[in-house]
Design a protein around this ligand. Sequence first.
Ligand code: ADP
Ligand code: MG
Length: 548
Amino acid sequence: MQLLEAKLHKIDRHNYRSYSSMRGEYTFVDFDFFIDTVQADPYAPASRVRARRKWALTDLAWLKDQSQDYQRAARDFIARQFADLSQQENGIQIDRPGQVILDRTAVVFDEEGIELRFRINLPADDRKIIAKKAMNLMTFTMPKIIRRSTIARELPIEEMKRHCEAVEDQVALRKQLEENNLLAFVADGSVLPRLAGNVDLPMANAIPFECPAELAIELDAPHKGKIRGMGVPKGITMIVGGGFHGKSTLLNAIESSVYDHIPGDGREYIVTDESATKIRAEDGRCVHNVDLSPYISNLPMGKDTAAFSTQDASGSTSQASWLQESLEAGAKALLIDEDTSASNFMIRDERMQALISKKDEPITPLVDRIALLRDQLDISVLLVMGGSGDYLDVADTVIQMHNYQALDVTAKAKEVIATHPTRRTSEGSEILPLPRTRQLNRAALKTMLEDGKFRIQVKNKTTLRFGRELIDLQALEQIADSSQLYTVGWLWFQLAQGKGWEKQPSKAFENMLNDDWFRTMPHYGDLAKPRAIDVMAVLNRMRKADFK
Ligand code: ADP
Ligand code: MG
């Protein structure tokens, strides 16, 4: 601490740039402090710093004996605590988690102790250094926040334990999906709707979820005990019902539950197969060398669809591409909402079949392929479809949302099929090819690094900047946090440099995202682990990417 004070004293009233001399390592009474990067001016992103406290000084060493999931939740909890404490303090910031508990680098445990990674906005008066203010921030405010988020008796420890146990419960429930042949589980009492379209907090006074008897199942949570809820079976499941009755809300809760949620979120006992992927229409996106032939063939002007590339996809081609890319990346389940689908990709009714003959329609709709996906490739599909009954013939389970309540109407749907037989002609019967495993051209990725001003930058959850390219990710509804996108950028950076390189990128990302993924990353505190499937989804949207 004396060193820090002495160094600051020396640069008092100097030009802001002199702060760069502060880079280095400092010893405080009860923690070590590192200033890793120093901002060049007061308006640049704040300086990156780290604090390390030894386990012996925390009374939290027992955390080391807990499961990886417990530790992930404890790290997350400490980051939230730090964020709450630093909120009022001008100048100290940590990457604040939202409603989901991801594996993040803001707080890291290792053999020696707890490491906090955060940012400090070094104070200035105009462009001059004010040493006194900096001193106060780093020798008074900061140690207080560090202490209160890393010492057992300073933390709300019971709340922390509940936080960690909720995660272990969710992990355990998710593990039971497979053995019960389920795609997802929605516990009784869950709160599905959110406060607003752009706010992920639970809606106040929402009608809690209640499971229909036919789909009820009891799963075992190690801490909470037996939990009853709705099992969404594998296979093809339709969510039907009138407009505004809660169909999309149910699907959204399920798509978000590939992640664990915090206690009080309302979705903390909803779990979904980790690989489940929401796909939708996204016209205008780019597509690189994807085999669309099962869905689209005989395009005008003889354009090849077995190796389809475009910089401006249509609604249907974009959705077909996303489907194929998801299977290639390892998705075992697809989540689809009619609200965000291309209708000509989803359906083609009897009258349209009569008007436009098959040979003049390049698209084979999903309704004619969905059973093949299930039977030949073992892919489950959960589909919101209130507008067309054509899917009833292939659905294994039909859930109706009525006044925000789920009803099992599978039996009723069977009667409807019998009394109102479909008169459309099935257009699909052949063998569905496995999606091609495309290979990435590393040279193209590497070229992007050679730009003099190369950088990785994230603007909220919808844009990743990699080198000069701004990648538009608005359609990726399962990205939970901008810090996941930042990580995606770093993973690509490593891949471009040859680390973890495999020609088949989904494999490479899977390997890179093992349990210890962040130890190979820079010492940054604003990384959060994405799913390998989403890393691929982002890569597929990079306009300059090149797949063979
Ligand atoms: P659908 O897809 O069937 O047309 P949505 O899922 O979009 O309907 O839901 C319509 C509205 O109802 C949304 O504003 C949503 O927030 C609200 N809502 C959904 N579920 C509930 C619930 N359980 N309690 C209260 N409001 C709900
Ligand atoms: Mg809807």
